[in-house]
Write a protein that binds this ligand. Structure first.
Ligand SMILES: CC(C)(COP(=O)(O)OP(=O)(O)OC[C@H]1O[C@@H](n2cnc3c(N)ncnc32)[C@H](O)[C@@H]1OP(=O)(O)O)[C@@H](O)C(=O)NCCC(=O)NCCS
Length: 158
């Protein structure tokens, strides 16, 4: 029996992807984005970018992660990133972040920023792997538990 052919691809998110994206969001965040928020992001094509990663196993496609980022003048801001729990620690988060950073570079971005919970070790390590550094704090930023956010920035792309 031949082994399955598995490939990964990243592409723009569409409205038809929302049911799966909302499921992954529920599994990934204490305060998930609403469908309304996603629809608003998808309609703001100038500032907002949302991409999904799809696994293709012998022709059967499944969305396993997504990333969002905003362009604000010469800054890019990562607005969201998540990988389905069954597909974590396989390099998918890294692949999405690399793709996002490369795209922002192509558009002339000088700095990439994001917020992350201070307790979110997995995400902080991912960002540090790319050279993001903590540049500040947003006190009690998360409304579910009043946790502080680190503000992180990748400035080495100057
Ligand atoms: C953060 C998240 C997107 C990482 O995605 P992932 O596909 O599992 O990450 P990768 O497999 O690409 O890992 C890349 C790097 O991230 C770090 N990392 C990822 N998961 C980690 C974990 N559980 N513990 C420690 N470091 C971790 C490591 O540095 C890893 O590099 P390494 O494999 O060389 O050690 C994923 O854990 C997730 O969806 N979390 C829930 C949503 C979330 O918190 N998003 C961030 C909001 S700010």
């Amino acid at each position: 029996m031949s082994s399955p052919t598995i490939s990964l691809a990243i592409r723009e998110m569409g409205e038809e992807d929302l049911p799966v994206v909302l499921d992954i969001d529920q599994l990934s965040f204490p305060v998930p984005w609403s469908e309304r928020t996603y629809r608003a992001e998808l309609s703001d094509l100038r500032a907002s970018n949302l991409h999904v990663v799809e696994v293709n196993e012998d022709g059967k496609k499944r969305i396993v992660g997504y990333i969002g980022y905003w362009f604000i003048m010469d800054e890019a801001h990562i607005s969201t990133i998540a990988v389905h729990p069954d597909f974590r620690q396989m390099g998918i988060g890294e692949m999405m972040l690399r793709t996002a950073i490369e795209e922002t570079l192509e558009k002339g971005t000088l700095v990439v920023t994001l917020e992350v919970r201070k307790s979110n070790d997995a995400a902080i390590r991912l960002y540090q792997k790319f050279g993001f550094e903590v540049i500040g704090t947003r006190a009690r930023y998360y409304r579910d538990n009043s946790e502080d956010a680190h503000i992180m920035a990748l400035k080495s792309i100057y």
